[in-house]
Design a protein around this ligand. Sequence first.
Ligand SMILES: CC(C)(COP(=O)(O)OP(=O)(O)OC[C@H]1O[C@@H](n2cnc3c(N)ncnc32)[C@H](O)[C@@H]1OP(=O)(O)O)[C@@H](O)C(=O)NCCC(=O)NCCS
Length: 186
Amino acid sequence: MPEARHEIIIRSSTDEDVPAMLAIYRHHISQGVGELGAFADEPLREEDLKARRKNMKKRQLPHLVADVGGEVAGYAYAVPFRKRPAYLFTVKHSIYIHADYMRAGIGRRLLPALIEACAKEGYCQMIGYVDAANEGSLKLHEACGFRRAGLLQAVAFKYGHWSDMVLVQRSLVEDSGQPPKPLSAG
Ligand SMILES: CC(C)(COP(=O)(O)OP(=O)(O)OC[C@H]1O[C@@H](n2cnc3c(N)ncnc32)[C@H](O)[C@@H]1OP(=O)(O)O)[C@@H](O)C(=O)NCCC(=O)NCCS
């Protein structure tokens, strides 16, 4: 658990954070949480994560870490929801907290920071896919203003059984009927 004397600093990730982020990710894969099991057969490599970071940075998509006393206690990022141009203003996000720091309020800091960063860049909607059995993630998302937009039944086969996924959505704009303003990234 984070010691009281260390504050939680939310900042953009750097290449130096990649090994720590991978360790967090691999831990959760081994636990079969969330949608992570989907990638179990294709282990993510440092180069992949570095390339993804670079690519997202180019598009001004946030890739954040929670830094507690110099240790990466969690990370969160957004990627395009879909590639087709109509979906340009919608992002899909992920968040993973270090096992030693779970339930310590890091998600409650990191997810709002990601929401704010996406809104600042001009994105209009955020979408997440949460395993229906992942009560912690569902509660965190609800606490951060996401609503359940749908249930995708038996869409993920992992660890020998089918899992349902809950689609969660949060608007980043006051009036989603208005045409979008150009993104900061252009
Ligand atoms: C789900 C996850 C992101 C939550 O982050 P966190 O830092 O542990 O959550 P926080 O401590 O900020 O808790 C925020 C709220 O979420 C809920 N919550 C978090 N973990 C919970 C759990 N295990 N069970 C029930 N509720 C939980 C609570 O409502 C909590 O508020 P409270 O502590 O005031 O009751 C984190 O546990 C995690 O990374 N899990 C493994 C990977 C994963 O599932 N990622 C998400 C994939 S969609």
